[in-house]
Ligand binder design. Structure first.
Ligand code: NAD
Length: 433
C-alpha cells in the first residue's frame, strides 16, 4: 500500500512537470492527498457551493472539470448569484439560506465562498452538520474565529481545506523545495507586496446593494487588503522560513481612494522572526508598476516565485564588451564622487535575467489542484498533514497585522492562538496552556 502511494504521488507530480518529485514530501506534505488518485477513479463526491459569487463560480468551473465531483446544490442570499450558478449547473438545487443546504442530506462536502465576516458561522454549522469544508481565505474575521474554526475541525474530524492555492502552485512547490534544500543559503528576508492601480470597486446595480456587492470596502465585513491579499503572501513567507514571526508592526492609510471606503488603500507591515529574519508586506493600489511578488532573499540567491524565477548572487554579467566598458565608465564617475569623505559606488541591482523555476508554463495557479486535493481528501477520508494549519496561520498572521495597524502598536504573536504545529514552532513558541 505504502509502495503504491509513493508511486502514484510520483507519477502525479511528474505530470505536473516537477522534477525530483520524490523528495517533495517534506516541503509540501499536503500533496499526499493525491496518493490514491488512481484508486478513487470510480468515486463520486456530492458537493454544495455556498456563495456562488465571483470566486465561487471560478471555483465551480474547476469542480465541474473533476469527474469525481457532482455539484448538487447552491446557497446564496442574492438571487442573481444563484441564477448565474444555475447557468453552469441547471440540475442543482438552490437555497436562499445556507442552513437549508446544510440540511440537504445528499450534500457531503461544501465549498464556502461568501464574504469574510460570514465564513466562521457557516463553517462551524457545516462541520456540525457533518459536512467537509473547503473555506476561502481569510478563514475568519477575527483571530478568535479562526481558532474556533480550526478547533471545530479537530473536534469533529471532518476534512478542512482553505483557499491558499499557492500551496499547490507548481512554481511555489519547486521554489520551496530548493529553498529548503539550502540552494539559496539561509533566508534572511522576505519582501512581499501586491500593488494595483484601480479602485477595487465593483459596479452596483442599485445603491442599497452597495455594502452587499462591495463588502470588501467596509469594516463590518472585511479587513481590506490585509485579509484579501496579504493572507496569500504571508503564508509564502512562513513556508519559506519554516517558522512563525513573533512580532508585527504596521501602518495603513486611505491615501488616494477617498471615496467613502473604510479600509486602507496603502499599507506596510513588518513581521519579525525569533532569529532576526524579517518579512515585509506592502500594498498600494494607486500604482501598479511593481505588481505583486514575494522576493525571498538568501545569502546565496533570490527567488521570485510569482515570476517563476531565481537568481544567484555570484552572477557574472555576460554583456558584450562595449556595454561593459560603458558601465565601468559610469561606475568610475560615481565611484569618484565623494560622499562623506569616502568613495561611493551605488549598489544598483544587476541585470541578472535569472533562471526559470520550471521548464514549462504551469497550467494551474494551484486553485484547481487545491480543490482536487480537497475532493481526494474527502473521498479517502484522510486529512493531509499541515494543510489546515497552513491556512490557519496565514489567516492569523494577516489578522494580527491588521490589529497592529489598528492599534498603532508593535504586537507580539498572541500565545493563545498557537496550535499544535511543531514544524513552525521554536521552543519559545509553545502551545497555549
Ligand atoms: N483564494 C483566492 O485567491 C480568492 C480570490 C478572490 C476571492 N476570494 C475569497 O472568496 C470569498 C468571496 O469573494 P468574492 O469575490 O467571490 O465575493 P462576491 O461578493 O463576488 O461573492 C460572495 C457571494 O456570497 C453571497 N453571500 C453573501 N452573504 C451570504 C450568506 N450569508 N449566505 C450565502 N451567501 C452569501 C453573495 O451574495 C455573493 O454571491 C472571499 O472570502 C474572498 O476573500 C479568494
Amino acid at each position: 500500500m505504502e509502495h503504491n502511494e509513493v508511486i502514484n504521488r510520483r507519477d502525479f507530480l511528474r505530470n505536473l512537470g516537477i522534477a525530483g518529485a520524490g523528495v517533495l514530501a517534506a516541503t509540501s506534505p499536503w500533496l499526499s492527498a493525491f496518493a490514491a488518485v488512481n484508486e478513487t477513479a470510480g468515486e463520486r463526491l456530492k458537493v454544495g457551493l455556498i456563495g456562488p459569487g465571483s470566486r465561487g463560480r471560478f471555483l465551480l468551473s474547476f469542480l465541474l472539470q473533476n469527474p469525481k465531483v457532482e455539484v448538487v446544490a447552491f446557497a446564496d442570499i442574492y438571487q442573481p448569484s444563484l441564477d448565474e450558478a444555475l447557468k453552469m449547473v441547471p440540475t442543482a438545487r438552490t437555497y436562499n439560506n445556507y442552513c437549508q443546504l446544510l440540511a440537504d442530506k445528499e450534500v457531503e462536502a461544501v465549498v464556502v465562498a461568501t464574504p469574510l465576516n460570514t465564513h466562521c458561522q457557516i463553517t462551524l454549522d457545516a462541520m456540525d452538520a457533518g459536512k467537509h469544508v473547503y473555506c476561502e481565505k481569510t478563514i475568519g474575521y477575527t483571530m478568535d474565529e479562526c481558532f474556533m474554526m480550526y478547533n471545530k475541525h479537530l473536534e469533529v474530524g471532518n476534512i478542512f481545506f482553505t483557499g491558499q492555492q499557492r500551496l499547490f502552485d507548481p512554481r511555489y512547490i519547486k521554489a520551496m523545495d530548493m529553498i529548503h534544500h539550502g540552494t539559496f543559503g539561509p533566508i534572511t528576508c522576505v519582501h512581499a507586496f501586491w500593488n494595483r492601480n484601480n479602485d477595487w470597486r465593483r459596479e452596483v446595480p442599485s445603491p442599497e446593494l452597495e455594502k452587499h456587492i462591495n463588502w470588501r470596502m467596509y469594516k463590518e465585513s472585511s479587513k481590506g487588503l490585509m485579509t484579501e491579499l496579504a493572507c496569500h503572501q504571508l503564508q509564502v513567507g512562513t513556508w519559506a522560513l519554516g517558522k512563525l514571526p513573533d512580532k508585527v508592526m504596521g501602518h495603513g492609510s486611505i491615501t488616494y481612494w477617498k471615496d467613502g471606503r473604510e479600509v486602507y488603500d496603502n499599507i506596510n507591515c513588518i513581521y519579525t522572526f525569533p532569529e532576526g529574519e524579517m518579512m515585509t508586506w506592502g500594498s498600494d493600489i494607486a500604482n501598479k508598476f511593481y505588481g505583486l511578488e514575494e522576493q525571498i532573499l538568501g545569502k546565496l540567491g533570490t527567488v521570485e516565485p510569482e515570476k517563476g524565477k531565481y537568481y544567484f548572487e555570484d552572477y557574472v554579467d555576460p554583456s558584450p564588451a562595449f556595454l561593459k566598458m560603458v558601465r565601468d565608465w559610469e561606475q568610475k564617475i560615481f565611484g569618484d564622487m565623494a560622499f562623506a569623505g569616502t568613495s561611493w559606488t551605488p549598489e544598483t541591482a544587476k541585470d541578472n535575467p535569472g533562471t526559470y523555476l520550471l521548464d514549462h508554463t504551469p497550467e494551474t495557479d494551484g486553485t484547481s489542484l487545491n480543490l482536487d486535493a480537497f475532493v481526494e481528501a474527502v473521498i479517502t477520508k484522510t486529512q493531509p498533514r499541515r494543510i489546515a494549519e497552513e491556512g490557519y496561520y496565514a489567516s492569523i498572521l494577516c489578522l494580527l497585522g491588521h490589529e497592529a495597524i489598528e492599534r498603532g502598536e508593535i504586537m507580539d504573536f498572541p500565545k493563545e492562538y498557537y496550535i499544535d504545529y511543531p514544524e513552525y514552532h521554536t521552543q519559545a513558541q509553545t502551545i497555549a496552556e
